[in-house]
Design a protein around this ligand. Structure first.
Ligand code: SF4
Ligand code: SF4
Length: 196
């Protein structure tokens, strides 16, 4: 951003700028209060005076390219698609993907991950892992926010089972089931920490 080098005479009298700010805030406040009062007496039903979204009860619609929490995808047989090629771990700028490969019992498949873990505390949700994967084995299309403040820091590390279960849940119950579960977990956490 280019900074302004010179101020006009009016801007140098900063009282004027303060007055402008007070006027802007005041006009928004009075406008919203007016809409709120009209709504209370049954008018302006389609207008909302506030823009605050009561997350997580309400969410704004996310764009299709929103990068949510990860999941490992499954093939038609319900088995993990990942072939332990390490491309995602290599592309990851945060170095938060840990993979331990093993031989697949079927000799036509070279490898599968014995361990696959993402440390979501380090993850910056850049999506490079998804871009790097040659077999569409990892996605971030869950529409979920990262988990926040779990009671145990180890819960930030999402392992293979957690990542696969997300795909199974989406397949069986649809993407909304993930959001409902996320909401329940957040509510439980709030109750535990006395926020509700
Ligand atoms: S989203 Fe980015 S930081 Fe997170 S695991 Fe993928 S590559 Fe790494
Ligand atoms: S998720 Fe994709 S890129 Fe990462 S190891 Fe598995 S197959 Fe390779």
């Amino acid at each position: 951003m280019k900074r302004k080098d010179k101020f006009t005479l009016l801007e140098r009298f900063y009282y004027w700028e303060i007055l402008k700010g007070v006027f802007l805030t005041g006009s928004k406040f009075i406008g919203n209060l007016g809409i709120y009062l009209l709504k209370c007496v049954g008018f302006c039903k389609n207008r909302s005076p506030w823009i605050t979204i009561e997350y997580p009860d309400d969410i704004r619609p996310y764009p299709p390219r929103y990068r949510g929490r990860h999941r490992l995808t499954l093939n038609e047989d319900g088995e993990i698609k990942c072939t332990s090629c390490f491309l995602c771990a290599t592309a990851c700028p945060a170095k938060c993907i840990y993979i331990e490969p093993e031989e697949h019992p079927d000799s036509s498949i070279e490898k599968i991950p014995r361990r696959y873990e993402i440390d979501t505390l380090l993850c910056i949700y850049c999506g490079y892992c998804v871009e790097a994967c040659p077999v569409d084995a990892i996605r971030m299309d869950t529409g979920l926010h990262p988990i926040i403040y779990p009671a145990d820091p180890r819960l930030f590390i999402e392992d293979k089972e957690v990542l696969l279960q997300r795909s199974r849940d989406i397949e069986k119950q649809g993407i909304d089931s993930l959001r409902k579960e996320h909401l329940q977990n957040m509510r439980a956490l709030e109750r535990k920490t006395g926020q509700r």
